[in-house]
Design a protein around this ligand. Structure first.
Ligand code: MOS
Length: 763
């Protein structure tokens, strides 16, 4: 544990004296590489003898393969091999070997394991050929016959079989009840008791899931994988295929979006590695867009939400009961109900969280897993309650503001949600809102203003980074995390540049390589806090060493100085009180007779902070919608999202994170829905034409405000994370705005034209 973490409180580091880069809106250091195409993604790496794999997807939702005929495919010139469950090479037989770093409890899916079909779209064969067109064509010639069994893919139909997960996924235990929610609800005069549902959504990153496995000879492979954690991929491969770490080098320097779909190694990785090892040649497997709908997704959830208040708006009871869907082989769990126990002051709270199995692939983490789901119910119910009370929705939130974490009684490390409500409301013009639904109109459009709150965990994970300073004045920092488009390269560069007083151009940040120091998967909005802290600590050690050399020089101008009195800037160490007294980096290193200084440090979350405090980010979202009543068309014309998330390392990349999250929320509210044909047990709209992601025409003004939030308990850099808070609460704010515009409450997302016009839920 690092020295300054023992106290559980962090003193602002002396670099605070001179930080030209941290906190400034710097451009992305990888921006040029990305727009010029120099940045390469998993499916863009090649090798001299590269073979191409195409996946054959299964056609039924449940049953077994009766026969699989590969002869026609094998007869196509250029086909190298067709792998099926009948001829695949041996891999680990213990299901535990397939459990990756973020696997939920259960038995992970094992591709081509046996004849059993567990879900529609399951890979049943891999055709490997000399080029991708041949592989794709030959894949169409693989003939599979099935023995079908009755399947069930509708969560509502298996509701009666819901169960409490026998094994809790780490950190996902629902909160303990407090007070008496039944009695509190019964006694309170103003109530809301409704059911809410969201749609299953698929992650749909631009970059298709792909793995290029380069055969290096002698059983060694280099793997370019679309993944949010290269070391997760590496350990999955070593366990499943019985290889040593030295034989498996995984790289993923660029990731074209993931949103959680790249947290777990996906089946194309298994198939590509299997084929490469067996054929002893390089193999690439890239999924098609429709195959992107054959693995993880945000699960369905049936939510019952009951809240009640006394006439002046004080909450008297919150009850939140949820059944989420999982697969038949893993118990996927996410935090849907915990927010209801934390968000507001309320003495009587009870929540339950159960799972029910559907014949689908296992759902997985998707941007803020559970939070936009649960907060859609809670923040819709709060909105409904405000109308029943005749109270402004924002006032109702302020009335029940949680000063401490209501879930466990701990104080927050910091919480500037009140300021977020205020600044957001001011910027939006909330005070000008006519509270009456259907009261605001322009032309043929009804205008609605709605708001909601958001909350997400501010986590940090143990992470190691290395920093290497060379005598040419260049600094390299690295850790095995990923940059999935969030700006990790850039913020690590800023932190490192400021620590040593170098321009950003002199700093190179490295991520996405399994040979770099340990990092967990990039996810949970923890990468900036975790990798950032590790880089900060490693650079500090380099600073200290450098300073020792400088002070030890013969006749050093800094002979009696303390490091806290010295600024690292412009490639030198200067006495703050007298900048004419300085030592350059080069002179210090020469004095120390070294041409490089290297340090590796590990940042861990402070145990004391974890025990004593609750750490969360918060947001206040205000939305304006315009609804064409005749057509039922909804436009989200304005969003103001005020976010309190500790220290903002780079307002430019930070804003982009919130913009992305808000757009995600617009999709969740209005357009995104993976439509299951329950008769076939298959998602039918597996393409961009029919799975509707908000496009430019759907996205209007989004105003992001970062509320000043002093954070000194969570980690030495004061960072809380921003990847996920942008989506939390956004769908609820839009749904609340739709109600304000139309007087119609839609409790089943997305709010499509049919749901708005008919107000009847087909389900
Ligand atoms: Mo995030 S859903 O942890 O990638």
């Amino acid at each position: 544990m690092h020295e300054n973490q023992r106290a559980g409180m962090f003193q602002p580091h002396d670099t605070a004296l001179h930080q030209p880069h941290v906190g400034a809106p710097r451009n992305r250091v990888d921006g040029r590489a990305k727009v010029t195409g120099a940045a390469r993604y998993a499916a863009e790496y090649t090798a001299p003898d590269l073979a191409y794999g195409h996946v054959v997807s299964g056609a039924i939702a449940k049953g077994r393969i009766r026969s699989i005929d590969i002869s026609a495919a094998m007869a196509v010139p250029g086909v190298v091999q067709v792998f099926t469950h009948e001829n695949r090479p041996r891999t680990a037989w213990r299901s535990k070997a397939y459990q990756d770093e973020v696997a939920p409890p259960g038995t992970p899916f094992r591709p081509l394991y046996d004849e059993k079909i567990l879900y529609s779209g399951q890979p049943v064969a891999l055709v490997v050929a000399e080029d991708s067109e041949i592989a794709r064509y030959a894949a169409s010639l693989v003939r599979v016959t099935y023995e079908e069994e009755k399947h069930e893919t509708d969560l509502a139909k298996v509701r009666a079989q819901a169960y409490k997960p026998p094994k809790t996924r780490s950190g996902m235990a629902p909160p303990a009840p407090r007070g008496d929610a039944e009695a509190g609800f019964g006694a309170a005069p103003v109530k809301v008791d409704e059911s809410y549902r969201i749609a299953i959504e698929h992650h749909n990153p631009m970059e298709l899931h792909a793995s290029t496995v380069v055969w290096e000879g002698g059983g060694r492979i280099t793997v370019y994988d679309k993944i949010q954690g290269v070391q997760n991929t590496q350990s999955y491969i070593t366990h499943v295929f019985g290889l040593s770490k030295d034989d498996v080098h995984v790289k993923s320097p660029f990731v074209g979006g993931a949103f959680g779909s790249g947290l777990r190694p996906q089946y194309q990785l298994f198939l590509a590695v299997m084929a490469a090892l067996e054929l002893k040649r390089s193999v690439r497997v890239m999924l098609t867009r429709d195959q992107m709908f054959t693995f993880t997704y945000r699960p369905d959830a049936l939510q019952d939400m009951a809240i009640a208040a006394n006439p002046d708006g004080e909450l008297q009871a919150i009850r939140h009961d949820v059944i989420g869907n999982t697969s038949t082989f893993e118990d996927y769990q996410e935090s849907i109900v915990s927010w209801s126990a934390m968000m507001y002051h309320c003495d009587n709270v009870a929540t339950t969280y159960k799972l029910a199995q559907t014949d689908t692939y296992t759902p997985g983490d998707m941007r803020a897993p559970g939070a936009p789901t649960g907060m859609f119910a809670l923040e819709s119910a709060m909105d409904e309650l405000s109308y029943r009370l005749g109270m402004d929705p924002l006032q109702l939130r302020l009335k029940n503001y949680a000063e401490i974490n209501e879930g466990d009684g701990k104080p927050f490390t910091s919480k500037e949600l009140r300021a977020a409500y205020q600044l957001g409301a001011e910027r939006f013009g909330w005070a000008r809102r006519n509270p009456k639904p259907r009261s605001m109109k322009e032309g043929r459009e009804l205008i609605g203003w709605g708001m909601a709150s958001g909350m997400w965990e501010a986590q940090m994970q143990k992470t190691t980074a290395r920093a290497t300073l060379t005598i040419d004045g260049k600094l390299e920092v690295g850790t095995a995390t990923a940059d999935i488009g969030t700006g990790t390269y850039t913020i690590l560069t800023q932190i490192a540049a400021d620590a040593l007083g170098l321009p950003m151009e002199k700093v190179t940040a490295l991520v996405g390589d399994s040979k770099l120091p340990f990092s967990p998967v990039e996810g949970g909005s923890w990468a900036a806090a975790s990798a950032g802290t590790a880089v900060h600590l490693a650079c500090n050690t380099v600073r200290e060493q450098l300073f020792k050399y400088a002070r030890g020089m013969d006749g050093s101008p800094l002979a009696n100085a303390e490091i806290g009195r010295v600024a690292f800037r412009n490639g030198r160490m200067e006495l703050i009180s007298d900048p004419s007294r300085f030592v350059t980096i080069q002179d210090a290193m020469r004095a120390g007779a070294v041409d490089r200084i290297e340090a590796e440090e590990t940042g861990s979350p402070s145990r004391i902070t974890q025990l004593r405090y609750a750490a969360y980010t918060h947001s206040a979202i205000f939305a304006e919608v315009r609804v064409d009543e005749e057509l039922g068309r909804i436009r989200v014309t304005r969003i103001v999202d005020a976010v309190a998330a500790g220290r903002i390392l780079n307002p430019k990349t930070a804003r982009s994170q919130i913009l992305g999250g808000v757009v995600f929320g617009i999709g969740m509210a209005l357009t995104e829905e993976s439509m299951m044909d329950h008769h076939l047990g298959r998602f039918m709209n597996h393409n961009y034409a029919e799975y509707h992601i908000p496009v430019n025409a759907d996205v209007h003004d989004i105003d992001v405000i970062f509320v000043e939030e002093h954070e000194d308990k969570i980690n030495p850099i004061g960072v809380k994370g921003l990847g996920e808070i942008g989506i939390v609460g956004t769908a609820a704010a839009i749904a609340n705005a739709v109600f304000h515009a139309t007087g119609k409450r839609v409790r089943h997302l997305p709010i499509t034209v049919d749901r708005l016009l008919e107000m009847e839920d087909a389900d």
